[in-house]
Design a protein around this ligand. Structure first.
Ligand SMILES: [Zn+2]
Ligand SMILES: [Zn+2]
Length: 144
C-alpha cells in the first residue's frame, strides 16, 4: 500500500508539504534529520517552513508512514517506513541505512530480562551499526 492511500484511508489530506517531504525521503538512502530535509527542499526550490517539516514528520511518524533511524551520533533521522517487521543497519561512515527483516530470536534475551526485572516484555527497538560494502572497500584500498 502506498503512503498516499494510507494517509487518505486514515482521513488525512495528501497535501503539498506531505508530498514534498515524502518525495525526498523516498529517494534518500540515508536517514535525514528535519534540518537536512528542510535544506534539501529549499535547494530544490520547494518553499516550506522548518516548522512545517517538523509537523509533517510528527504526523507521518505517528501514522507509521515514516520511521526513525538513529544516525551514528545518535541524532534522529527519518526514512520512509518499510512494511512488516524489520530493522535497520546503518553505516557509521556514510550514514547509508538499509533494512533487514526481523527474523531475530530474542526469546533468550527476553526470558533473561523478564526474570531479572519482572517486567513483561512487549516490544523491542533494534538497530545495528557497521560499515557498508562500499566503505569497506574504500578502507581496503587505503591499506594497499
Ligand atoms: Zn558506508
Ligand atoms: Zn525485531
Amino acid at each position: 500500500m502506498n503512503w498516499q492511500k494510507q494517509l487518505s484511508d486514515l482521513g488525512f489530506r495528501v497535501s503539498a508539504p506531505r508530498k514534498r517531504v515524502m518525495a525526498v525521503l523516498e529517494s534518500a538512502q540515508q536517514p535525514l534529520t528535519p534540518l537536512e530535509l528542510h535544506q534539501t527542499l529549499l535547494r530544490d526550490h520547494k518553499a516550506i517552513g522548518l516548522a512545517s517539516v517538523y509537523r509533517t514528520l510528527g504526523l507521518l511518524s505517528a501514522l507509521g508512514i515514516v520511521e526513525v533511524v538513529y544516525r551514528s551520533k545518535g541524532e534522529m533521522g527519518y526514512m520512509a517506513a518499510a512494511q512488516g517487521h524489520h530493522h535497520h543497519i546503518l553505516c557509521q561512515e556514510c550514514q547509508r541505512a538499509v533494512e533487514f527483516s526481523g527474523l531475530e530470536d530474542l526469546s533468550e534475551l527476553i526470558d533473561h530480562v523478564e526474570n531479572q526485572t519482572h517486567y513483561q516484555v512487549r516490544d523491542h527497538l533494534l538497530q545495528l551499526y557497521g560499515l557498508c560494502p562500499e566503505c569497506q572497500s574504500k578502507h581496503a584500498d587505503e591499506k594497499e
